[in-house]
Write a protein that binds this ligand. Structure first.
Ligand code: PLP
Length: 406
């Protein structure tokens, strides 16, 4: 994978400096109009531009955020990337840049609850953009929906929430491109594990809030894609990020650049522990969903698409049959064993547990939940990095056994 050029600080510091200014000066009066005409921008000469290193205003490009974007582009293998104030900002700005009023989207029916609400209710009402939802694995239905709607975008998650079904990105890219649509992939659940752009995705979006941050202390997002697409998003007159305004704060971008270097290490350890938990749960005869297990329907596909050594991700699911047992299970783990916390979200260094149907996927109706494979007793576990693994496995087993007794 391409490495990003190291960025030194202003005084030779090993880490990059924070450029906190919201406005930037120019040496000559004629420069400013040139920036407004798009003749001068942040790209340096090494990146192939005529006149680089020019900044205008903090909601447009900022040097620190721009550098973080370069690192994210290297992570995803895209030409460019830019960071946003949240994952939802990245998703909504990317989709609004690709679609105009009356355009259509085809989306997998297993997507993050906020994305589902955006596509199902918000975009049709506010922007006249309607979405047809199709099962992620039904490629014939996806191709038919793209043809019937002449959709501009096919939208999927690389590792779907919470089913952990893997998107066959090379096949989906081919189907989307044959229909004249762009493939947009949310890679929040699988950074470094999957590289959608290298398999043909046109745009990769992230909720940086999750694994990339790792601290459950920052809300952030990113859009990765071609130089042309990122330039469009930032266009002074027509750019969704520039005009809707959800750019990332440079102090946040700086903080996140210090977490990216150990993302790979963290993902490996999340995955090592998640696999151990999944194997123990499976041995106990519990219905466990983890793509690292040969029993998971997406296991072979993930092995084919994933970058070796990073494992199968830090999230697993366990179906305990009823919400009552799911709640007993989570309470034993949190309140007796200090195993983790009952909270939504993922990618934290501590374990997070939530019952998907009544929390993160509650935007879906009961029928939509059934269609998306979400049962009421389904607990999603984002496996943390702390604690002695053997002790954690014993705690998990104890909660499985004792939660069964109502
Ligand atoms: C959390 C999440 C989002 C939304 O990201 P925010 O940073 O909370 O705005 C989008 N997609 C997926 C898969 C997520 O897990």
């Amino acid at each position: 994978m391409a490495a990003a050029r190291h960025e030194f600080g202003e005084h030779g510091g090993v880490n990059l400096s924070i450029e906190a200014s919201t406005t930037f000066t120019v040496l000559t009066a004629t420069m400013l109009p040139g920036i407004f005409r798009g003749e001068h921008g942040p790209l340096s000469r090494e990146d192939g531009s005529e006149s680089g290193g020019c900044y205008l205003y903090g909601r447009h490009f900022n040097p620190t955020v721009f550098t973080f974007g370069r690192f994210l582009a290297a992570l995803e293998g895209t030409e460019a990337a830019y960071a946003t104030a949240s994952g939802m900002a990245a998703i909504s700005c990317a989709l609004l840049q690709l679609c105009d009023v009356g355009d259509r989207i085809v989306s997998a029916n297993t997507v993050y609850g906020g994305t589902f609400a955006l596509l199902k209710d918000y975009l049709p009402r506010k922007a006249g953009i309607e979405t047809r939802f199709v099962p992620l694995g039904d490629h014939a239905a996806i191709a038919a929906a793209l043809d019937q709607t002449a959709a501009k975008v096919l939208y999927v998650e690389s590792l779907a929430n919470p089913t952990l079904e893997v998107a066959d990105i090379p096949a989906l890219a081919e189907i989307a491109h044959a229909a004249g649509a762009k493939l947009v992939v949310d890679n929040t659940f699988a950074p470094v594990i999957l590289s959608p752009a290298m398999h043909g995705a046109d745009v990769v979006v992230h909720s940086v809030t999750k694994f990339i941050s790792g601290g459950s202390d920052i809300i952030a997002g990113a859009v990765c894609g071609s130089q042309e697409f990122v330039t469009q998003l930032m266009d002074l007159h027509t750019g969704s990020i520039m005009l809707l305004g959800p750019t990332m704060d440079p102090k946040v971008a700086h903080e996140l650049t210090l977490r990216l270097p150990h993302l790979g290490l963290r993902i490996r350890e999340h995955g090592r522990r998640a696999l151990a938990y999944a194997e123990r749960l499976e041995a106990l005869g519990v219905a466990v969903g983890y793509p690292g297990l040969p029993s998971h329907p997406s296991h072979e596909l993930l092995e084919r698409l994933a970058t070796p050594v990073y494992g199968a991700g830090g999230v697993l699911t366990v179906d305990l049959g009823s919400i009552e047992r799911a709640n007993r299970f989570m309470e034993i783990l949190q309140n007796e064993h200090r195993f983790g916390f009952m909270a939504v979200s993922l990618g934290y260094f501590e374990t997070l547990m939530s019952a998907s149907g009544s929390s993160t996927s509650s935007e879906l109706s009961p029928e939509e939940q059934v269609a998306a494979g979400i049962s009421p007793g389904l607990v999603r576990i984002s496996v943390g990095l702390t604690g002695h693994l053997e002790q954690r496995l014993d705690q998990l087993e104890d909660a499985i056994v004792r939660s069964a007794v109502g």
